[in-house]
Design a protein around this ligand. Structure first.
Ligand code: FMN
Length: 503
């Protein structure tokens, strides 16, 4: 069953506006469990290699994985480290076999995990040359093509060892629940996963560079994707080496047959259109001043306090115990804890991205803010952070969490969170500077930041949960945003019941 293609080509900004939730106007939608997306794809694989991550002796702590310092990568990339990166970034960390849900190391809207990972290797990391589908639910790399990706399809054009991961998104896997709004969730999820790959690579001592810009069609074709159903969203180059490996064109294109045990997915033409609207890569015009989204001038600007002592919380432990926790309490959070938390979130934010790549410019358009309460030494209110997180401007004092909960589809737990992070952008300005592709960039950047909040919360034993569901126009009114500016994503964090935080 598929719908006829009637949607006009949309710009990404128009897509966002078109998929706003309006109170009392969300059309009823019953979830069809006979079409529940399978947690992994299937192929008649050319070869299968079991993933054996051997994580026991990995001693990196969360701080090292997130601090954004350059990784020297002296040991070079090998198969074991590739397996570790895969397991730590997208491995199964909790299985509910009765319901067939495999919870992963990263959060995902609705627990649907629409993002997929593909590994391309040219033999340099001890993996036979080719492209592999990474099945992290069943635990193997499945060879789907003997010819590796031609890394020249990645827009920054840098030579490297040729080992890289492509993050794709399957429209229907998110649309099963979120329908036309699904592209938003795909991008946020892809951002979470991109950040998780970069952090995992750092934890195992490997360099990783995230790219948002490549020839969509070429890359999708090389992976054998059906562009109406699954699209490439990000590419992560692994390792530092500069050899170009074998001449890709001399390797025969031998691809595996996909197998699908599922009924044909419902198609939402608007999702494909929203993706295609951003096919062109535009060299950015950067804003002259800090991006502005709030209508009001700040009441006061203060320096964000620095965290005191460094913690040695194991990265592996944090990844395997991370969950979305919503049982927030209104307990006061000591200044030393929230200061350390903010430091962890902002230090290294956006690291692992080539600053010369057009997509990296999107960071300048994303405004991180928070609605906070019960933070020791700080007035409750709405605060906007500077790009580097060193200062915070108080936009308005007062209690806003209850209102935010109402705006976020009446999810009442939000009203108790100490910190509700908000990722805001003027989408018209984004599109003017970066073209329609800029929408992908800012959404993925927001997802990346969200992943950092989850990991920082895990380190400090705080609760955390992403929020993609909101009445969009009510959010703009609550925050008093300028025309064209929107709330892209929110993430709650703070003390939760039955869990102590370190102080
Ligand atoms: C982009 C995104 C949006 C989300 N939106 C919501 C939300 O609006 N409400 C909610 O309760 N959880 C939300 N979540 C959390 C997911 O439901 C959760 O990650 C998923 O169920 C998997 O559980 P886990 O995070 O505990 O592994 C969101 C997560 C992501 C990544």
């Amino acid at each position: 069953m598929s719908r006829p293609d009637t949607s006009p080509l949309v710009s990404a900004t128009r897509y966002h506006a078109h998929t706003c939730h309006v109170r009392n106007r969300i059309s009823p939608h019953s979830l069809d469990f006979s079409r529940y997306p399978l947690p992994f794809k299937g192929y008649e694989y050319l070869d299968k290699i079991p993933i054996n991550p051997e994580l026991d002796n990995l001693d990196a702590c969360v701080a090292e994985a997130l601090d954004g310092r350059q990784v020297e990568d002296r040991r070079g990339l090998d198969f074991k480290r590739v397996c570790q990166i895969l397991s730590l970034s997208y491995g199964v960390t909790l299985a509910d076999r009765s319901r067939g849900i495999f919870f992963r190391s990263v959060p995902s809207a609705g627990g649907l995990y629409p993002c997929q990972l593909y590994l391309s290797g040219d033999g340099a990391a001890g993996i036979d040359t080719g492209v592999y589908y990474c099945d992290l639910v069943q635990g193997f790399l499945g060879k789907i093509n003997s010819r590796p990706l031609d890394t020249a399809v990645v827009a920054d054009g840098q030579a490297h060892s040729g080992t890289g991961l492509v993050i794709t998104g399957i429209f229907y896997h998110a649309a099963w629940k979120y329908r036309e709004r699904a592209f938003r969730y795909l991008l946020l999820d892809a951002g979470h996963l991109g950040e998780a790959v970069v952090n995992a690579a750092r934890a195992v001592g490997a360099a990783a560079t995230l790219c948002y810009d490549f020839g969509d069609r070429q890359l999708g074709k090389r992976l054998g994707l059906d562009a109406s159903q699954e699209v490439p969203l990000a590419y992560v180059r692994l390792g530092h080496e500069t050899s170009r490996g074998p001449d890709v064109e001399t390797i025969p294109y031998q691809s595996a047959e996909p197998v699908s045990g599922q009924p044909a997915p419902m198609e939402y033409a608007i999702l494909e259109n929203a993706f295609q609207a951003g096919s062109a890569i535009t060299s950015p015009g950067l804003p002259d001043t800090d991006a502005r989204v709030f209508e009001k001038e700040p009441v006061a600007t203060i320096a964000v306090p620095t965290g005191e002592k460094r913690l040695d919380v194991s990265f592996v432990h944090a990844v395997f115990h991370r969950r979305s926790r919503r049982n927030f309490t209104t307990k006061m959070l000591p200044r030393s804890v929230w200061a350390r938390f903010l430091e962890r979130v902002f230090t290294g934010m956006g690291a692992g991205q080539n600053p010369l790549e057009p997509g990296a410019a999107a960071k300048a358009f994303l405004v991180p803010a928070m609605i906070c309460q019960n933070l020791e030494g700080l007035s409750d209110g709405i605060y906007a952070f500077s790009q580097d997180g060193s200062t915070m401007a108080c936009m308005e004092q007062g209690a806003f969490a209850q209102e935010l909960a109402r705006v976020c589809l009446d999810q009442s737990w939000i009203s108790r969170a100490a910190m509700n992070f908000l990722f805001l952008a003027d989408l018209a300005a984004v599109e003017a500077a970066l073209g329609a592709r800029g929408y992908r960039h800012v959404m993925m950047h927001a997802g990346r930041a969200g992943q950092r909040i989850y990991m920082a919360a895990q380190e400090l034993e705080l609760g955390c949960c992403g929020i993609g569901a909101m009445y969009d126009k009510e959010a703009v009114e609550l925050l008093d945003l300028q025309s064209g500016s929107v709330l892209l994503y929110a993430v709650s964090a703070g003390p939760v019941k039955n869990k102590g935080y370190l102080s």
